[in-house]
Design a protein around this ligand. Structure first.
Ligand code: ZN
Length: 374
């Protein structure tokens, strides 16, 4: 009997010990069964976000900015002054003249480290990742988004580099590619798993992280789809013969993309519906693959160039092993498969001469200044 009382007292003391601290801090003190504990552990490992880091995402409100950054799987939120950041971005113009040096690369697809390596080894940025290209123009020929998991890092890097370029009298051009339009228009088939987690964590659909009430969303909406620098046209995928008739005014082409970017895709038959499909669709400037599938011969390509009054068209979108001149250099392909994260190149135009530049900074000539064949 005595032993039984002692035993019961011990049990009671033990229970008090277990429950008191739990009830003191107000936590639910339900004791889980083994199975429940196992389930909780499993659920936790499936949703374990502790290695998740991303951002910042900056949301523009009427009176302030809300900044959300994901640090080790947790959202850190800050409220900032509306005046503390640039929140309006002028639409970028389409035509630039008398530019002595131009560098171009494309289809970065979230490969931040490789992008940095290529730019650094070719002197476009310095060891501190700052602009080092003087009055030169750097053209990112679209597709920063999708596939890789360091999209946000590249976006902010380019965002800052643009400012530095301007301060040096240079310029960074970020052209819209099909993957920019896909994400902004809520086609999320190619986003990395990381961004599905981020979107869930911030409780915002991924495309809404770049809507017109965000800083990066507004910045992207100021970007062009086609530009002309000196006598060359830069566009993500290419210009078909059919689309070339639209290009008598490049600024209005870019304006059309900006105007209808946030409208729904439509299967309608009005003139406007058809025009929207011509721009955003599979044969438009951000999807066209006609320079790569033998559907055009040399005189046809010359015809397009003559119509556009340019000497070269520089395109990304269709992946190659290296910078690849086609049609006697009239078309220069600059998607050098950076998307795989292993290798990539840069096109350099220096006072009218065209060079392929490897990721280690080795230059080889594509075309000497003044030797262009029309
Ligand atoms: Zn593309």
């Amino acid at each position: 009997m005595y032993r039984m009382i002692k035993y019961l007292t011990l049990i009671i003391l033990f229970l008090i010990n277990v429950t008191i601290p739990a009830s003191l801090d107000g936590k639910n003190n339900t004791i889980l069964s083994d199975d429940e504990q196992k389930d909780t552990f499993l659920a936790k490992s499936l949703t374990d976000n502790s290695d998740l880091n991303d951002g910042p995402y900056l949301f523009i409100h009427d009176d302030n900015l809300i900044e959300k950054t994901v640090v080790n799987g947790e959202i850190k939120t800050r409220t900032l002054d509306l005046q503390s950041k640039k929140i309006d971005f002028k639409p970028e113009k389409a035509i630039y003249k008398n530019v002595e040096q131009i560098a171009a690369l494309s289809d970065l697809h979230g490969q931040y480290e490789l992008t940095i390596k290529i730019l650094k080894n070719n002197g476009i940025i310095d060891d501190d990742l700052k602009w080092n290209f003087g009055k030169g123009h750097l053209v990112v020929v679209g597709d920063v988004f999708d596939r890789g998991d360091k999209v946000t890092e590249i976006l902010w890097f380019l965002f800052n580099l643009e400012k530095e370029a301007k301060e040096s009298g240079g310029k960074l051009h970020y052209l819209m590619g099909n993957h920019e339009y896909m994400v902004l228009r809520n086609d999320l088939r190619y986003i990395d798993e990381k961004y599905q987690k981020i979107s869930k964590l911030i409780d915002t659909p991924y495309n809404e992280l770049y809507n017109n009430q965000t800083i990066l969303g507004r910045w992207l909406r100021s970007k062009p789809t086609v530009i002309k620098i000196n006598d060359d046209l830069f566009v993500h995928a290419g210009i078909s013969k059919k689309f070339s008739t639209e290009l008598s005014n490049l600024d209005s082409v870019n304006q059309f993309f900006r105007k209808y970017l946030d409208t729904k895709k439509s299967k309608g038959k009005t003139k406007l519906d058809k025009r929207k499909r011509k721009y955003f669709g599979g044969k438009g400037p951000v999807w066209f693959r006609g320079y790569f599938n033998d559907s055009l011969n040399d005189p046809q390509v010359s015809g397009i160039l003559n119509k556009l009054k340019v000497n070269h068209i520089i395109v990304g979108h269709t992946s190659q092993k290296e910078i690849l001149p086609l049609y006697s250099n009239k078309i220069i392909a600059v998607d050098s498969s950076i998307k795989y994260g292993e290798y990539g190149e840069l096109l350099l135009i220096d006072n009218g001469s065209y060079y392929r530049c490897t990721m280690d900074g080795v230059k080889s000539i594509i075309e000497e200044a003044g030797s262009h064949k029309k």
